[in-house]
Ligand binder design. Structure first.
Ligand code: 0GY
Length: 310
């Protein structure tokens, strides 16, 4: 992969560029595997970052994303609109259009979005919208605006992706459970992995999924959730081992409603930048049989993003 190119923007201080020499994973993903959570950033000179952004990333282009896909052995991507681009979806849509049908997308829209714009995004491959509740990333959006958007995109057969932190689930529960679509949770609702996997906080998340069969979860981002860190830091074999019980529990309890993604280029990581090859090697620790791996990496994302081919 070639080095990140920095646009005419000052990166947020402390920002780490994505790791340009990812290892070749030892785990061979099944044929047709989908990286169901990744982003493109700019390039900022072509697709400027949003004025309301909370961070300025390094550039990370579609060509670099697709080179990573091939290097890791994946076949497809789901490109998720990142908050640094606000509701300007051009960089993400451009990535879909130039993917040869191998990428689908998740957009961010405001209530002012026109029907023609939604239709054009659908034709490019967008199949969902993302509602973000992580306070360090976005300003508050009124619930009635989100409900209105959810109603409109439901008619297109799209789903809603939600990003929130575990402590906020009780307050957001009623809103989430009124959403009329499939609801995909980013990164297992960001559990605090220093707490027990069968403690009240994670039990609430499991209950959320058990009682609401329209709720799916990405079992992604061990590098974000881990306190133990990667092997280079903790000297152990299992990278991000403290996240394993949480992700494994979700995979084994809800095998037909889980997705996995690299989260490349890993926004906002300040401590370390993960080796994406090691992230792939995390997969067999959380999906321990070939059947679970196939559901996680192929069957589930294909059913949600390429239903016409699954
Ligand atoms: C992620 C996580 C983060 C950032 C964003 O859109 C974004 O800016 O999602 C984060 O900072 O936790 O999933 O990419």
């Amino acid at each position: 992969m070639s080095k990140p190119v920095t646009g005419p923007f000052e990166k947020t201080p402390g920002w780490l560029d994505w790791y340009e020499g990812p290892s070749k994973p030892r785990f061979k993903v099944p044929a047709g595997a989908v990286d169901a959570h990744c982003h493109v950033f700019g390039p900022g000179g072509e697709y400027p970052y949003a004025p309301e952004r909370k961070y300025t990333p390094c550039d990370a282009s579609r060509a670099q994303l697709y080179a990573l896909r091939d290097h890791l052995g994946f076949s497809r991507n789901v490109v998720v609109q990142a908050t640094c681009h606000g509701a300007d979806n051009r960089a993400m849509v451009d990535a879909l259009i130039h993917s040869g049908g191998k990428a689908r997308g998740v957009a961010t829209v405001r209530r002012s979005v026109g029907d023609a714009e939604l239709k054009a995004m659908h034709e490019a491959g967008v199949r969902g919208v993302r509602f973000n509740f992580v306070k360090r990333l976005v300003d508050f959006t009124p619930r009635d605006e989100l409900i209105e958007i959810a109603g409109r995109i439901a008619r297109l057969g799209w789903h809603v992706v939600i990003y929130f932190e575990a402590v906020d689930l009780p307050e957001l529960w009623d809103f989430f459970t009124t959403l009329p679509t499939t609801v995909v949770v980013d990164h297992m609702g960001r559990p605090d992995v220093t707490k027990p996997v069968d403690g009240p906080e994670f039990e609430l998340f499991v209950k959320f999924m058990r009682e609401h069969t329209n709720v799916w979860s990405k079992v992604s981002c061990p590098e974000r959730l881990s306190v133990a860190g990667p092997p280079a830091l903790n000297g152990e074999q299992n990278a991000y081992r403290d996240v394993i019980p949480f992700a494994r529990r979700i995979v084994e309890t809800f095998p037909d409603r889980v997705l996995w993604g690299t989260d490349w280029p890993h926004p906002n990581l300040k401590g370390h930048m993960p080796d994406d090859g090691l992230l792939v090697d995390f997969i067999p620790h959380i999906a321990v049989t070939q059947e679970l791996q196939r559901k996680l990496l192929v069957d589930n994302p294909m059913r949600l993003y390429w239903p016409e081919q699954s």
